[in-house]
Design a protein around this ligand. Structure first.
Ligand code: ATP
Length: 249
């Protein structure tokens, strides 16, 4: 089997007496979408924060792209190619779609907007940004102000911004949240194609999207992974049905 791009081993994290992560093992392999689901308060955000670097685990390790990154900052992990999207929108609403993608290609966040004019003359950046827009289906919107985009298109643009940095893996935090049926459907299409470029760890409550996209699903309940498997495995797992899908076993 191919080596995982992201490998979480024995991660534990307590807040006082509460075990928010309880010896969690999780990995992400090339080409896949691995969905992480679980009820509110299960510990998804806590786990993602430890993967992205915002929170240090009490024990356990995170390996990314062949390195132990447990002690590295969020920025250092991002530079290694770990792209985290959707928690906070990074888009500049008054700039065009293309300008936002180009700012992503610059590899900077914030504080660079005054350079936009000179950046616009950089052909390599333009090409990179345009390729990313094409990948998410926004090529015809390049000259639109970002504020004019629908909610769903802004999510697609956030993916494009992340793509300009050539990520090795995505960690996505509820990308479908707040989208209507059409927006969700479009984003599902984008993510479906994206997995070939970089695998995605997808935290998502929208089960239609999860079932449509996931190669594997892991179910987190009270800080523990109670089941991990294919869509079919998870749908038919009695413990999952009881603990998460809200059905009688
Ligand atoms: N900084 C903190 N201090 C104390 N308790 C915390 C802290 N962060 C999270 N918790 C607790 O840890 C548990 C897991 O929370 P977490 O936010 O990771 O769950 P979640 O699965 O992301 O939930 P949701 O789906 O609602 O976002 C909860 O009981 C939460 O109250």
């Amino acid at each position: 089997m191919t080596d995982p791009v992201l490998d979480v081993r024995g991660i534990s994290k307590s807040f006082g007496g509460l075990k928010a992560s309880d010896a969690i093992d999780l990995d992400l392999r090339p080409g896949e979408i691995h969905a992480l689901i679980g009820p509110n308060g299960a510990g998804k955000s806590t786990l993602i924060a430890q993967i992205a670097g915002g929170l240090a685990p009490d024990s356990g390790a995170v390996h990314f792209a062949g390195r132990d990154v447990t002690a590295l900052s969020t920025a250092a992990r991002a530079r290694l190619g770990l792209a985290r999207t959707f928690q906070i929108s990074m888009l500049a609403m008054e700039y065009t779609v293309l300008q936002n993608a180009m700012l992503g290609a610059l590899g900077h966040r914030g504080g660079v907007f005054r350079f936009v004019r000179s950046v616009m003359r950089d052909h390599d950046l333009v090409a990179r940004a345009e390729a990313a827009l094409e990948q998410v289906g926004l090529q015809d919107f390049r000259a639109f102000r970002t504020a004019e985009l629908s909610h769903g298109q802004r999510r697609q643009l956030e993916v494009a911004v992340a793509l300009t940095l050539d990520p090795k893996a995505f960690v996505m935090d509820e990308p479908m949240a707040g989208l209507g049926a059409e927006g969700s459907q479009q984003l599902v299409g984008v993510l479906d194609r994206l997995r070939q470029q970089a695998p995605i760890l997808l935290v998502e409550h929208d089960m239609d999207a999860v079932f449509a996209l996931a190669d594997r699903i892991s179910v987190l309940v009270y800080g523990r992974i109670i089941a991990s498997g294919t869509v079919e495995d998870i749908r038919n797992d009695p413990e999952v049905r009881r603990a998460y899908l809200g059905e009688e076993a």
